[in-house]
Unconditional design. Structure first.
Length: 152
């Protein structure tokens, strides 16, 4: 995505997103990692383990939802001012296919960047043997929270 599409409010957005992600205990619990950060665009990867699977051997929808939410949320935060935090207002997900693979990847993108609300989407892919399968699409609203700091 071209950086000229978005107004960058914090030149240090990538460092800020990486630092925030590193403090997000739930992503650590899942084993998720930040794969890329660009203006309005974030990718999160989740290596698949047995304890992330549901009873049929697919990655649990909750794990897919979680990385979809964080990818779109952090994509939104890349376009916020340095002192702003982000909170999810709502997120709707369509599960398109069972998530079976060795890795699940959520690609979050900003669709609309407003002063108080951002609209973002995440497409989730299950990857097996290098082949991607589109397994979910999420669309959400994210609130700009002036002065909201990450907890240590």
């Amino acid at each position: 995505m071209s950086e000229t599409r978005w107004q960058i409010r914090d030149a240090d957005y990538a460092r800020r997103v990486h630092a925030s992600f590193a403090r997000q205990h739930f992503m650590t619990l899942l084993g998720a990692r930040l794969a890329s950060v660009a203006p309005g665009d974030v990718v999160i990867e989740l290596p698949v383990r047995a304890d992330l699977e549901q009873q049929h051997g697919y990655v649990h929808a909750g794990a897919c939802w979680s990385i979809a939410d964080s990818a779109a949320g952090y994509a939104s935060q890349t376009l916020m001012a340095a002192e702003d935090g982000v909170l999810t207002v709502e997120l709707k997900i369509n599960l398109l296919a069972p998530a079976a693979g060795d890795l699940v990847r959520a690609h979050g993108r900003v669709e609309r960047a407003g002063r108080q609300l951002m609209v973002g989407r995440s497409d989730v892919y299950a990857i097996r043997d290098g082949v991607e399968k589109h397994v979910a699409t999420a669309l959400g609203t994210f609130m700009v929270m002036p002065g909201l700091r990450d907890q240590p």
